[in-house]
Ligand binder design. Structure first.
Ligand code: SF4
Ligand code: SF4
Length: 379
């Protein structure tokens, strides 16, 4: 499987468009992947209403470049995502993708109608309810950002597909998948179901790391990183495997990609991935604080130990605007807010999904220090 690396210094439309075109040409060219009158769905990353410069959501210039290239072949384009909070339109208006959709006269899908999809080779969950309009297409173009992730370690092509699931339902999945390894299984169960739906149809992923995100991603807790790179592939798993190397991070902690490789959902053996375009350069991303490898997860199987060993979310009252987003998203409803007060953890049922930090518009939620016992046992 091929992964194309292209260095790209800035969000200049002509530059980005030429880099994406060169990348797609390496994969046979867009006309070999899309036929006239095909229906093309562009899957955005619209995690929340964040400014485009933060490196959190699909950049409007990347979206515009892709739309212009696809329009040379077919006008039948739709786009969308299920943000974690707030509605899709509000989120798109904030990150600039709404204006692009309007200018280019591209339809924004209605995400609220569901369809059930099934994964015949599932490990934990076979059935998922996803936005129907994301499925009924001939080609998918997946536009993830290149980011670190407090729970999943990295998020790029495969994890971006979690947005097929409606926002509030995503939160429920976090309760079922309450550690990085189980979460990796769930994302792969979902990916298998999406793949089944898009069987034999082109599945193009173009990952934007021109401004990427490092540290406590995937949202305001992370730091924008000038990685100046675009990654493109027809296999999201191969793309993510190369992304780990570009980020200079540890493949053993990249559960989603590792599990995908073990299941044969894509290629994770670097010697079997053909890397073309520009040279693979290690960009030295900061990893999320205290990322957990398999050995540490084995200790944490004993749930009562978690509070004694793990960090928990803390609120910075100087930054918090008491909007309550963190309490609305919290899957076990352990983060609560009383009228006029700051949010706080009500019980010890925190599952460390870090959804609260992900949706906080103020970057007011961070990880506490790891308890002393955790420092010893999880060293
Ligand atoms: S911590 Fe963040 S999300 Fe929660 S109430 Fe404060 S500002 Fe809002
Ligand atoms: S408090 Fe935050 S990290 Fe803990 S369960 Fe709720 S959303 Fe997840």
């Amino acid at each position: 499987m091929k992964v194309v690396i292209k260095n790209c210094n800035e969000y200049d439309l002509d530059l980005v468009k030429s880099k994406i075109k060169e990348s797609l040409d390496e994969l046979g060219g867009l006309p070999s992947l899309i036929k006239p009158n095909d229906k093309v769905f562009i899957k955005l990353n619209c995690l929340g209403p964040f400014n485009q410069d933060l490196g959190i959501t699909t950049h409007p210039v990347v979206l515009k470049a892709v739309i212009e290239l696809v329009k040379e072949i077919t006008p039948n384009i739709s786009l969308g995502d299920n943000p974690a909070v707030r509605d899709q339109i509000q989120t798109m208006k904030k990150n600039g993708t709404y204006d692009v959709a309007v200018e280019e006269n591209v339809r924004i899908i209605d995400t609220k109608e569901f369809k059930k999809i099934y994964n015949p080779t599932y490990k934990l969950y076979s059935e998922f309810e996803v936005s129907k309009e994301m499925l009924d297409n001939d080609v998918i173009i997946n536009l993830p950002k290149l980011k670190t992730h407090s729970l999943a370690y990295i998020t790029a092509a495969e994890k971006n597909l979690f947005g097929f699931i409606y926002g509030l339902n995503k939160s429920a999945w976090h309760v079922k998948a309450n550690n990085p390894s189980i979460f990796g299984q769930v994302i792969n169960d979902l990916y298998g179901a999406i793949k089944e739906n898009y069987k034999d149809k082109p599945f193009i992923s173009i990952c934007d790391g021109i401004i990427a995100l490092e540290g406590e991603g995937p949202s305001t807790g992370g730091k924008a990183k000038d990685a100046k790179v675009l990654l493109t592939s027809l296999d999201p798993v191969s793309l993510d495997r190369v992304a780990v190397e570009v980020m200079g991070l540890d493949f053993n902690k990249s559960y989603i990609t590792k599990i995908a490789g073990e299941r044969g959902y894509g290629e994770t053996d670097l010697s079997k991935i053909e890397i073309v375009g520009d040279k693979l350069e290690n960009k030295h991303f900061l990893e999320p604080h205290n990322a957990l490898d398999n050995g540490k997860l084995a200790i944490l199987k004993f749930k009562p130990l978690r509070n004694a060993l793990l960090e928990h979310p803390t609120i910075d009252h100087n930054k918090c605007i008491r909007c309550g987003e963190c309490t609305r998203i919290c899957p076990p409803k352990t983060m609560v807010i009383e009228k006029g007060e700051y949010p706080h953890l009500k019980t010890l049922k925190c599952i460390r999904c870090w959804c609260c930090a992900e949706v906080c518009p103020q970057n007011a939620i961070s990880k506490s220090k790891r308890p002393v016992l955790g420092k010893i046992l999880l060293k």
